[in-house]
Design a protein around this ligand. Structure first.
Ligand code: XMP
Length: 311
């Protein structure tokens, strides 16, 4: 792929579609939405409004990190605190598809939809990539950002048109474009992180307490595995519990699964054979530092038959 040519075409396409109208996009800090933000900013300048939505499902320090990177590039990003709305929508929901649906509708119909109407923007830019479309069409999983492919016309349903400039690329292609567009390595090489964020790593109800647990475990896993260069590494909170002993007393604790996989495009993945000492250290830290967790498991399942995330 010729990344420079891709950028040129995408910028021209965005300009052509939006004309002298206004566009809006949501930045999550992942490579896909970051590339869209840079391309759209290049195409539209201050006719683009970029929002960073704090949906309560982010990793530790994520909003601050993203704000800093884009401020350094001179691209304005507005931080919107939508934590309560997402948590309210997720309360009591345990079915994985119902959780994804709750996040999708809170995102489109409530928080983001409201901002789009307020801003007068008639175009919404999305970081949908080819793999998202294929998996949604195949019914493997409903990606939060797919509408047209499901027969939902966003113009009719929500009053805006969706532009998806990355729809022909896979993750490796997006990274190439990210580097060519001048995004820092910290973003271009960023480990994939799903839009519905930590909610894809919590089996069962997503609430503040369970988010705090998986967030703390995620921080440990990322710290310990950042230098592996693996495609993705993550922590998952299960809905089951297990007995354990702490300070001589019996407890009924939480279970964290650690996953570390290699892949090029997320369609298939193999499990990384981590050194025993690394697995020991992660287990010791997670069971010692994350309150309430007394078991740590390593997932040996490739994709397929498993998916990478759990929800
Ligand atoms: P799975 O678990 O389906 O994940 O094997 C494949 C890749 O996609 C990411 N992922 C998502 N990305 N919206 C996204 O933008 C989503 O709803 C979503 N679900 C999973 C996942 O992190 C992995 O890289």
């Amino acid at each position: 792929m010729d990344a420079a040519k891709f950028i040129e075409d995408a910028v021209a396409e965005i300009r052509g579609e939006v004309g002298d109208g206004k566009a809006i996009n949501a930045l999550s800090g992942g490579v896909d939405s970051s590339v869209v933000t840079v391309l759209a900013h290049q195409a539209l300048g201050d006719r683009l409004r970029t929002l960073f939505l704090d949906n309560a499902l982010m990793r530790e320090g994520e909003p601050q990190r993203v704000a800093r990177i884009f401020a350094d590039m001179g691209i304005p990003v507005e931080l919107l605190d939508a934590r309560k709305e997402f948590l309210d929508a997720l309360a009591g929901v345990t079915d994985p598809e119902a959780k994804r649906q709750a996040i999708t509708s809170t995102f489109y119909e409530k928080v983001f939809g409201r901002e789009v109407k307020r801003s007068g923007a008639t175009f919404l830019l999305h970081g949908t990539i080819l793999t998202d479309i294929e998996e949604t069409v195949a019914g493997i999983k409903r990606q939060h950002n797919i509408l047209a492919q499901l027969g939902i016309d966003p113009e009719e349903a929500y009053g805006y048109k969706v532009l998806e400039p990355l729809r022909t690329l896979r993750k490796d292609g997006v990274r190439e474009v990210a580097r060519a567009a001048g995004l820092p390595g910290e973003i271009a090489e960023r480990v994939p992180f799903p839009g519905p964020a930590l909610a894809t790593r919590i089996v069962g109800e997503v609430n503040e307490q369970r988010l705090a647990t998986v967030r703390a475990a995620t921080a440990i896993v990322e710290e310990e595995l950042d230098d592996t260069g693996a495609f993705q590494y993550l922590a998952v909170l299960l809905a089951d519990r297990a007995t354990g002993i702490r300070d001589g007393r019996r407890e009924f604790g939480q279970i964290i699964v650690v996953r570390c996989i290699d892949s090029t495009d997320a369609r298939e993945a193999t499990v990384r054979e981590l050194p025993w000492e690394t697995l020991h250290r992660i287990t010791e830290r997670i069971t010692g530092e994350v309150p309430g967790v007394n078991r740590c498991l390593y997932d040996l399942t490739p994709k397929p038959p498993a998916t990478i995330e759990y929800v």
